[in-house]
Design a protein around this ligand. Structure first.
Ligand code: AMP
Ligand code: MG
Length: 407
C-alpha cells in the first residue's frame, strides 16, 4: 500500500501554478497575487487632520488652559475633499474636519472638545470675526497625519504570493491599484459515476440512491478557491465515461466512484488503459485511489463512498488545487484535545470527521463510528482529525492533529 504522503506528493507533482492574469480589484478576493503591488502615490497623499477641530500654530496655543484660554480668529475652514484651504497665520485658526487637508502654516490640530466651539451639522463658518477659545493644547500629539507616513510612492506594498483577503485589497486600493496580476481560479471538472445515482429531488426507484458527491465535490472545489464544472453524471459503462471526458476543458478533473475491485468499477477499468494509475493508499476512509492524466489534463479518481469522497478531496485534491492557485500544497494544521475517544484501524492513516464542543475540544461528528457510508452524519462535521497509521485507538484527552476543511 502507498503511504498518504507518497500519494499526495504524486498528486501535487501532476499540477503546476496556473499562468497569471489581470483582474479588477473587486474580482481578486481569494486569489494569489502574481506580481508585487507598488504604491502609485504617497499614502496619505497629503498632510491631513486626524481630528475634527481647529488647525492652529503651536506657538499660539502653548500653555492654554480652561482658566487662561487663548482666543483665535477663525479664518475659514478645511473639509475632506477641499482643493484649497486658507492659510493659518499667527492669531488665527482654521476649522478642520477629519481627513481634510492641513492648511499651510498650521502645525497642530486642537480637537473641538478642547475648544469653546461645538460643531453643528452643516453649520457654516462665520467668516467675519468669529472667534474660538482654545482651552488646552494637545500634549505630545499634533493630530496631523503626515503625507507618506503609511507608504511612499514606489514602495512595495505587497509581494507576489500573498493571498488576497479584504485587508490586502484595501491596501491595494489605498495606493491606487485598480487591477492586479493574480493567479486565476482553477476550473475543476467533476464527474460522478454509478448506475444507481439519481439527482436529489427525483423519486428513488428500487436500488437507486441520491448522488451526493456531485454536490459535495462542487462545493468543496468552490470552498477551496476553484470554479467547479459539474459534468452530467454517467452510468457504469466505459463508453459513457470516455464520452463524458472527451472534450472537457478544465485544469483538473475529479471523478467519484468506480475505482475499487468490483466487476463494474468502470473508472478503474477504462482509465487504467489510458495510463491512469490505480493504487491502494494507506488511509481510512479512501483506500482505492486513481491518479494520472487524460490528454494533458490531470485527473484524480476518488472512491464513491460519500465520506471517502469528501476526505479524499481534502487530503488529495485540495493540495493540488492549492498548487494550481499558487499556494504551497499543505495548509497549516492545528492540534486539539479529544473529548470522546474512538478506535482506528492499524496501518492506515485515519481521517475522522469531527465537530467542536464549546470548550474547543473535538468529538467524532458521525454518531455510528467512522463508516464511509455515513453521509448524513457529515452534517455535523467541521474538520478532519488525522490519526497516524501506527495508532489503534484515540482516547479522551489525547491530542490529535486537525485539518480544517479547505477555504
Ligand atoms: P463505488 O466507489 O462506485 O464502488 O461506490 C461505493 C459506494 O458509494 C456505493 O455504495 C455507491 O452507491 C456510493 N456512491 C457512489 N457514487 C456516489 C455518489 N455520487 N453519491 C452518493 N453515493 C455514491
Ligand atoms: Mg460505482
Amino acid at each position: 500500500m502507498r503511504s498518504v504522503d507518497d500519494h499526495v506528493a504524486a498528486a501535487v507533482a501532476l499540477v503546476s501554478t496556473l499562468p497569471a492574469t489581470e483582474l479588477p480589484l473587486a474580482e481578486a478576493l481569494g486569489l494569489v497575487l502574481a506580481e508585487p503591488v507598488t504604491a502609485r502615490v504617497d499614502s496619505p497623499p497629503f498632510d491631513n487632520s486626524a481630528m475634527d477641530g481647529f488647525a492652529v500654530l503651536m506657538a499660539d496655543v502653548d500653555g492654554a488652559t480652561a482658566d487662561t484660554p487663548v482666543t483665535l480668529r477663525v479664518a475659514g475652514e478645511s473639509v475632506a475633499g477641499s482643493e484649497s484651504t486658507p492659510t493659518v497665520t499667527p492669531g488665527t485658526a482654521v476649522r478642520i474636519m477629519t481627513g481634510a487637508p492641513l492648511p499651510s502654516g498650521a502645525d497642530l490640530v486642537v480637537p473641538v472638545e478642547a475648544t469653546s466651539a461645538s460643531f453643528q451639522m452643516f453649520e457654516p463658518v462665520d467668516a467675519d470675526g468669529a472667534a474660538v477659545r482654545i482651552f488646552s493644547a494637545p500634549a505630545g500629539r499634533t493630530h496631523i497625519r503626515r503625507r507618506g507616513t503609511d507608504v511612499v510612492e514606489g514602495q512595495v506594498v505587497m509581494e507576489a504570493g500573498v493571498l488576497l483577503g479584504p485587508s490586502q485589497l484595501a491596501a491595494a486600493a489605498s495606493v491606487g491599484a485598480a487591477r492586479l496580476r493574480v493567479i486565476p481560479r482553477p476550473v475543476v471538472a467533476i464527474l460522478a459515476t454509478g448506475d444507481e445515482l439519481v439527482a436529489p429531488g427525483q423519486a428513488l426507484r428500487a436500488g437507486q440512491i441520491y448522488d451526493s458527491n456531485s454536490v459535495v465535490l462542487a462545493a468543496s472545489v468552490r470552498r477551496a478557491g476553484g470554479t467547479p464544472l459539474v459534468l452530467t453524471r454517467v452510468g457504469d459503462t466505459a463508453q459513457a465515461l470516455h464520452d463524458a471526458l472527451e472534450s472537457v476543458e478544465a485544469d483538473l478533473i475529479v471523478t467519484s466512484g468506480g475505482v475499487s475491485a468490483g466487476v463494474y468499477d468502470v473508472v478503474k477499468g477504462a482509465l487504467a488503459q489510458r495510463g491512469v494509475e490505480f493504487v491502494q493508499v494507506a488511509m481510512q476512509p479512501g483506500k482505492p485511489q486513481g491518479l494520472g492524466s487524460v490528454g494533458s489534463t490531470p485527473i484524480a479518481c476518488l472512491p464513491g463512498n460519500p465520506v471517502s469522497s469528501l476526505v479524499s478531496f481534502e487530503v488529495i485534491v485540495a493540495p493540488m488545487l492549492r498548487v494550481l492557485r499558487g499556494l504551497p500544497p499543505h495548509r497549516p494544521r492545528e492540534s486539539v484535545t479529544v473529548a470522546l475517544g474512538w478506535t482506528t484501524p492499524l496501518a492506515r492513516q485515519q481521517y475522522m470527521p469531527v465537530r467542536f464542543l464549546a470548550d474547543g475540544t473535538v468529538v467524532p461528528a458521525t454518531v455510528g463510528g467512522s463508516g464511509s457510508h455515513l453521509v448524513a452524519s457529515l452534517a455535523l462535521a467541521e474538520a478532519l482529525a488525522v490519526v497516524p497509521a501506527e495508532v489503534d485507538a484515540v482516547a479522551e484527552r489525547d491530542t490529535v492533529e486537525l485539518i480544517r476543511f479547505s477555504g
